[in-house]
Write a protein that binds this ligand. Structure first.
Ligand code: TMP
Length: 204
């Protein structure tokens, strides 16, 4: 059986990662790899319900409550979906994972980062991405792409997203082996080629 892989896609809202994850999925399938395309929050099943609360609940949500909801979704996703797929030799492509919590709740909302790291570890219980791609883009361009219909998270404001962006860059600085930053202002094709180049290092 081929070795399973776990690859995560990260970046601020409107960075283009969802387009890129789909392109990579199509590419890998065309080469005969077995893939699983999934996301956080909102993988199949329970995750879909948690996503609904996180993105659409219109009352007050405290930053710590928000963190725990993302973490609860992650624990379920890691145990019931990602780990079994990796064990079965699949390449799991995941739209957001642990680094989103550090960037959004930690750098963005100001929740204690050391505590979030420990909670992330508890949620994933040993799971770690083989590769993480951060799609970096200036906040003005990403907000333009998001448009005027914003969900609860996307409505957090320009300064929040500046902090999220810096958070991702800091994470990449701290873990350069795992986390690679891609310039997301380039064309879709150029970015896809960069993704393939970085993938070669982990796929063998
Ligand atoms: P998406 O629309 O890219 O799927 O992202 C859902 C939103 O949830 C996005 O605004 C980022 C946010 N998010 C967090 O704030 N913390 C997290 O841990 C995760 C996974 C997502």
């Amino acid at each position: 059986m081929p070795k399973g892989l776990f690859i995560t896609f990260e970046g601020a809202d409107g960075c283009g990662k969802t387009t890129q994850i789909k392109l990579l999925d199509e590419y890998l399938r065309s080469k005969g790899y077995k893939t699983l395309l999934t996301r956080e929050p909102g993988a199949k099943g329970l995750g879909e319900r948690v996503r609904e609360i996180l993105l659409n609940y219109d009352g007050e949500v405290s930053p710590r409550c928000e963190s725990f909801l993302f973490l609860a979704d992650r624990a379920q996703h890691a145990d019931c979906i990602i780990k079994p797929a990796v064990k079965n030799g699949m390449i799991v492509l995941c739209d957001r994972h642990t680094d989103s919590t550090i960037a959004y709740q930690g750098y963005g909302r100001g929740v204690n980062i050391a505590e979030l790291k420990a909670l992330n570890e508890m949620a994933v219980n040993g799971l770690k991405p083989d590769l993480t791609l951060v799609f970096d883009i200036d906040v003005e361009t990403s907000m333009e792409r998001v448009g005027t219909e914003k969900d609860r998270m996307e409505s957090s404001g320009i300064e929040f997203f500046e902090r999220v962006r810096l958070g991702y860059l800091e994470i990449a600085k701290q873990e350069p082996e795992r986390v690679k930053v891609i310039d997301a202002t380039r064309s879709v094709e150029e970015i896809h080629n960069k993704v393939l180049e970085l993938l070669k290092n982990v796929i063998g």
